[in-house]
Design a protein around this ligand. Structure first.
Ligand code: ADP
Length: 456
């Protein structure tokens, strides 16, 4: 543009020169004094040239500035402005161009902010996201997607989805989304048995303003936790049914025998009735424990802690345990060096100690010893139950807090165990923000340490 203006100015100057020259030639026969004529022609040329320059500077140069600024704006430089001071219509034009540039610049900044916000949301989404255009090329993959499927974004972006995504279910989801133009859901799994992940994929079509399909967005959720929970629930129901089946079958069998044969002698009748009574007691214990567990799960966030003293707690428990221990000829030591005050829900803490002490009695042969003691650190209280009983293997230790897990099924059944005692203990400890440790040696004994924060 600048070039163009200089050339135009040069051309006009040249035309002016020619016009003056022609005027000189036209006037030469009339004018007698050539010196005067040349002086007049030169003066005219100088005056008109100055005039030409003035007009160019006043009107054409500002237009040139405006045009240059518009060129820069067109190229995307929204910071370009006209700094040339102008008056009149040109001044108005330049301030309008500046206002337009400012608006464009604001819009770009807003657009950038929105794009950044969108990419932050996409990148920090807990679900994997993939954006595919109508031709099947991948445009966006987020961080979660890369953490699930591995690789870098450059391994996916710009490629056809079926070339870089291996899973057949993903291909099917994309194809069905394009075909039916509606949301399509599928589930599949990735990884090996040990670190298997269960995923759910939802394909959603993207339409433009005219309702034409422009691509699809794939959202992939990790539903592993949910699946595991479902498996755990199914296992739990199966376990409960199994636990109930044995005593119920036994009750049914013995009651039917009693009903069928009226001639049974008194001794057999009493024996059968005793079995029926024991089995129904077992069912009661199991149902009681199941109720405690389900109540614990319901009240998870609602414990009502009050100030508790280890002294009072141990005094409450001592008679119950002493009697049970005596029945099995087991020595019960209740060591309380100093009273410890802490906050917890008394009923629940009593339940922990009763379950641990009952186990200690159940799994310790007669003439053994069980011990209950408490110690403290600045922030925690430690309630400790130890015995000199049968102990457990290291492998078993990692599983004993699972529901219905028993090291020795027959032995647990003989002691009237439900297989839920330690699961209940662990639950209560966790509800109180504490933790439990166990140390055991086969044939030597077991120690459970329950750590609870003094303040809830
Ligand atoms: P149970 O009702 O069968 O005792 P628990 O959940 O209380 O169920 O305990 C789970 C299993 O852990 C028991 O079956 C038993 O094998 C083992 N166990 C628990 N406490 C002790 C202990 N003090 N000594 C040895 N084994 C124990």
């Amino acid at each position: 543009m600048k070039d163009f203006l200089s050339k135009t100015l040069l051309a006009y100057t040249f035309i002016l020169f020619i016009v003056i020259l022609i005027s000189g030639l036209v006037l030469s026969p009339i004018v007698t004094n050539y010196y005067v004529l040349i002086a007049v022609l030169i003066s005219m040329f100088i005056i008109f040239t100055l005039l030409l320059f003035y007009v160019f500077d006043k009107y054409f140069r500002p237009i040139e500035k405006v045009s240059q600024t518009i060129d820069k704006l067109l190229k995307g430089n929204y910071r370009a402005r006209i700094f040339h001071t102008m008056k009149g219509t040109l001044g108005e034009l330049s301030s309008k161009v500046n206002a337009l540039a400012r608006n464009l610049s604001d819009l770009t900044i807003q657009e950038q902010i929105q794009a950044e916000q969108l990419s932050t949301v996409i990148d920090n989404s807990e679900s994997a996201l993939v954006l595919i255009d109508e031709k099947g090329y991948i445009h966006v993959v987020n961080r979660k997607f890369l953490s699930m499927f591995g690789g870098k974004s450059s391994d996916y972006i710009g490629y056809l989805y079926y070339d870089v995504l291996e899973k057949e279910q993903i291909h099917k989801t994309v194809q069905d989304t394009f075909l039916y133009e509606k949301n399509i859901k599928q589930s599949f799994s990735i990884g090996e048995i040990l670190d298997k992940q269960y995923l759910e994929i939802v394909g959603a079509p993207i339409f433009n303003d005219r309702g034409l399909l422009r691509g699809a967005v794939l959202v992939i959720y990790d539903i592993t936790e949910f699946k595991n929970l479902e498996v755990k629930r199914k296992d739990f129901v199966a376990n409960v049914s199994h636990e109930l089946k044995t005593p119920i079958t036994s009750i049914k069998g013995f009651s039917e025998t009693l009903l069928d044969s009226s001639e049974e002698d008194e001794e057999t009748r009493t024996k059968f009735l005793k079995i029926i009574n024991e089995e129904s007691h077992r069912i009661k214990l199991l149902i009681d424990d199941l109720l405690i567990l389900s109540k614990l799960e319901k009240d998870e966030l609602e414990i009502e802690p009050i100030e508790l003293s280890t002294k009072k707690l141990f005094e409450d428990i001592r008679p119950i345990i002493e009697q049970k221990a005596e029945e099995k000829d087991i020595k019960f030591e209740c060591i309380l060096s100093n009273e410890i005050i802490f906050e917890a829900e008394p009923e629940k803490i009593r339940q922990i100690l009763i379950n641990l002490l009952a186990n200690a009695i159940n799994y310790t042969p007669s003439s053994g010893t069980i011990t209950l003691q408490a110690s403290e650190t600045e922030k925690e209280v430690c309630l400790s139950v130890s015995d000199t009983g049968i102990g457990m293997s290291k492998d078993a230790l990692s599983r004993i807090f699972e529901r219905f897990y028993r090291v020795d099924k027959a032995r647990s059944r003989d002691t009237g165990g439900t297989g839920l005692g330690l699961a209940i203990v662990k639950h209560i400890v966790e509800v109180h923000q504490g933790w439990i440790e166990v140390d055991s040696e086969i044939g030597e004994g077991t120690t459970f340490n329950v750590y609870l924060p003094k303040q809830q």
